[in-house]
Design a protein around this ligand. Sequence first.
Ligand code: CTP
Length: 443
Amino acid sequence: MPDFLFLLESRLNPDQYRVVEQVQAAAAEHELHLYLVGGALRDLIYGYPIRDIDFAVEGQAVKVAKSLLKRAPDAKSIVADFDESMRSAYLTYPSGLTVEISACRTERRGRPGQKPQIEFTGIYDDLRRRDFSMNAIALSLNPNSRGLLLDPNNGVADIERHEIRTLSSAAFTDDPVRLIRAIRFKTRLRFNLDERTEEQFRAALDSGAIKNASPSGLHNEFREMGREENPVEILKALEKEGLTTAFHPRFVGSKLNLNGLTVVQKLARSIEDVGIPVRFQGPFFYFLQDKLPARDRNDLLKRMAMKRSDQEIWTSLEPRTKKLVQELSGKAAATPSKTYKLLEEQPGELLLFLLMKFPQKKIQDKVKNYLHRHRKMRQTLPRMELETLGVAPGTPKFQQVLDAYFWALLDGKVRSSKEPIKPLKKAIAEVEAGGEKAAKAAS
Ligand code: CTP
């Protein structure tokens, strides 16, 4: 059995690990039992990158979240949503990390598609209500049993077999959104549905159960699809099963804009390849709806009861990019070095959107030069030569001189990058003069 606490420490990024520690401290303050659950634990066990973190609390989860927010030094930048009736809190961090802290509960279903009756209970009941065995594992974060794995449904063995297995024969009819989830996980993780699960999946699909999918469940799946590493592949897999129509009846064939999305996704990869992260969710949603008539688009959002603030992720792209294009056409980008500085501050998704939607050659060239020429140039600056001139690497001065040299190079003020000594000396003098000026101003 692996050491899960060690895995937690080594596999979570510092941002994620800090959150685990903060939630632990908040739960301990209220003397409540706390568990790590859901996708994060599945991905931790499987070795897949961990995205979001879900916690289950035996008791008042909202109190735990509120205590965490009270202590967190970055509380102001965390967006917190509370659902008191579900005793759940949803936190979104500036890095994009989302954290759910929910009270353990059971869900009793009436007719298919109906809202379940909720009862707040302990961790074992909570694990039983979940969709698949791989998602029904808990890791204790309690002082007395920290690191103990609760796996009553043999989820770990299923993960090792690369199998998706439902916990109940009614899993898909109880909550038809799980049909979409099964395909999403199958495609993303390259797992198979186990034999019985496959039968249940086909039976539920054939009975048209997906029509009963809840708006909130669809909303969640829609959002999650955009956060996948390869959303286009997932969209294709969903279409193959006829499941894209769950979002909107006309969401099939050319209306899905699969060809357009493939181009956008490729472009996003090429931006990431030069070292700029792209939050693809916004552009993905924008181009996913691009071929839908406006009326259907509104209908789609209504069906998922999507709030305006949720839509901003793609509706804000156009105005933000327009502003950037204006800046690129004006004084703010009058020289190559100014253009570089301006583009360096932009998130990858905005550069992607600009390249897709704003065809003016002058603007396109500026962005392409930045991405494919100038960023590369910056990686081959004459560091060794600067060292021989007596500037110590790793010091702020070293970086300042390199920057000054780079701006001069971009703006054509360096005759040949093969003879860097003279322009480097000039850059050193510039930086030293700048330093003296600043010191004088301060005194
Ligand atoms: N869950 C469920 N049925 C659903 C949705 C969610 O049983 N229709 C349970 C699962 O146990 C799941 C957990 O709630 O693991 C959290 O759901 P969610 O955050 O949507 O998905 P993850 O499994 O965490 O997967 P990922 O975030 O990686 O997509």
